[in-house]
Design a protein around this ligand. Sequence first.
Ligand SMILES: Nc1ncnc2c1ncn2[C@@H]1O[C@H](COP(=O)(O)OP(=O)(O)OP(=O)(O)O)[C@@H](O)[C@H]1O
Ligand SMILES: [Mg+2]
Length: 155
Amino acid sequence: MAQGVSQRNMTPPSNQFQTHSSEETTDLGRQLAAELKPGSVVLLRGDLGAGKTTLVKGIAEGFSAAEAEAVTSPTFTLIHEYSGPEVTLYHIDLYRIDTQRELDTLALDDLMEPNTILLIEWGEKFERFAKERDFEIAIEHHGADERQITFLRKT
Ligand SMILES: Nc1ncnc2c1ncn2[C@@H]1O[C@H](COP(=O)(O)OP(=O)(O)OP(=O)(O)O)[C@@H](O)[C@H]1O
Ligand SMILES: [Mg+2]
């Protein structure tokens, strides 16, 4: 498991999955979408290239918000929006955001609505999201194409 943020107030890591290809990770994202509640913040944790964005491809399909191919990394644009019939997803990448001031300019509070879900990569850099997350999905490299994926929800 990625280290750094404590998992107090989160379920124990009972929801663990292994995937062996990016396709399997996208499939898992489709399934996990059913577990995510509108109005929540989801932290996606894992090293560069772990598969966070790959998982979002499946989550977006699970919400009928976008086709997997249409979901790309918001590395430079920082926020991508995908609207489904019931839920709007905001896929956010904070890798390049280092200061509170930079974070403030993104006005993420304005995106938090009862019918939105924020999927945040590198959100654990900020204490606020480490605390506020409703769900956390941690991805660990286990060999070339193998990943261990842990799904946690706030208790
Ligand atoms: N089992 C797997 N699950 C997910 N991705 C895999 C898997 N096996 C190989 N890959 C490859 O690993 C890479 C994952 O890239 P992805 O952009 O999803 O990572 P990321 O965690 O979002 O990284 P970053 O922090 O740079 O945004 C892709 O090239 C993907 O094809
Ligand atoms: Mg990414």
